[in-house]
Design a protein around this ligand. Structure first.
Ligand code: ADP
Ligand code: MG
Length: 265
């Protein structure tokens, strides 16, 4: 009699389809038409992980904004798939895409994009309004998040009475107030001085680590490197490399990540 192999009950296979993540697979994007068209993305695949701050780095014109727009369902890929929290976006109607964005994503832009005629509190609250949360509940939640980003004493300030760094922190608060699992930021520190740039990156790392969100920041700012758990490099529409924070280190080794060595002596 042959010994029967003991059957180990199989755990259901964990796939990214179940997780509240964002994945792109083989994404190609052609921009423009005819002779003037540009293949901005030439087959890009990667996935964000909850609890991680991923940086997408690459030179100007490499396709970063195009990729972020596709990941944010603002732009449709020419081919390839985008999966948002388990939903493949191909074939969805604009309204369904908008719903997916409202439910799962928060956005942060280089130029803050705050409403100049609204206070900090109102700028954050509006992100709840469009999701059907209004009144006292919306105001108290907005206040809570503004406190989290260190702006508890600036609730009634208008953008013109806030520094660039403070405005960007309002924008971060607005992006996370609805508790999205995915936060996408395009060059969030580009308009900021060193101190404010660091404060915003620290905040993005915190909302990834402490709140378990998938955070992606597009950047070509080397000051942002020390906050990354993972750096994905894009060049000419293709991912050309990926580096990860070495296990157990408080901050990634910038020298490793950049492949540069400080000259000694
Ligand atoms: P990045 O954000 O990395 O600077 P982009 O994603 O904005 O790069 O652009 C990628 C490439 O696509 C660039 O070569 C850019 O010139 C080109 N591009 C961007 N928008 C258009 C457009 N509407 N029509 C044609 N080409 C475009
Ligand atoms: Mg760009």
């Amino acid at each position: 009699m042959t010994k029967r192999a003991r059957r180990v009950p199989q755990k259901p296979k964990k796939t990214s389809m179940k997780k509240k993540t964002l994945a792109v697979e083989n994404v190609v994007k052609v921009l423009g038409e005819g002779a003037g068209s540009v293949k901005a993305l030439k087959g890009v695949s990667f996935e964000l992980a909850p609890g991680e701050l991923t940086l997408l780095m690459g030179p100007s014109g490499s396709g970063k904004t195009t990729l972020l727009s596709i990941m944010g369902c603002i732009l449709a890929p020419t081919s390839g798939t985008v999966t948002v929290a388990g939903t493949v976006t191909s074939g969805l109607l604009p309204e369904e895409l908008a719903e997916l964005r409202r439910k799962h994503m928060g956005f942060i832009f280089q130029s803050y994009n705050l409403f100049p005629t609204l206070t900090a509190l109102e700028n954050v609250k509006i992100a709840l309004d469009v999701r059907g949360v209004k009144g006292f509940k919306a105001a108290s939640r907005s206040e809570e998040v503004l406190r989290q980003v260190g702006l508890g004493d600036r609730l009634m300030n208008y953008p013109r009475n806030l520094s660039g760094g403070e405005q960007q922190r309002v924008a971060v608060a607005r992006a996370i107030v609805s508790s999205p699992s995915i936060v996408l930021a395009d060059e969030p520190t580009a308009a900021l001085d060193s101190e404010n740039g660091h404060a915003v990156m620290e905040l993005l790392a915190r909302i990834a680590h402490e709140q378990g969100r998938c955070v992606l920041a597009v950047t070509h700012d080397p000051r942002t490197l020390s906050y990354a758990d993972r750096v994905v490099r894009i060049e000419d529409g293709l991912i050309v490399g990926e580096e990860r924070r070495p296990e157990g280190l408080d901050a990634p080794e910038v020298t490793d990540l950049t492949k540069r060595r400080k000259a000694h002596g």
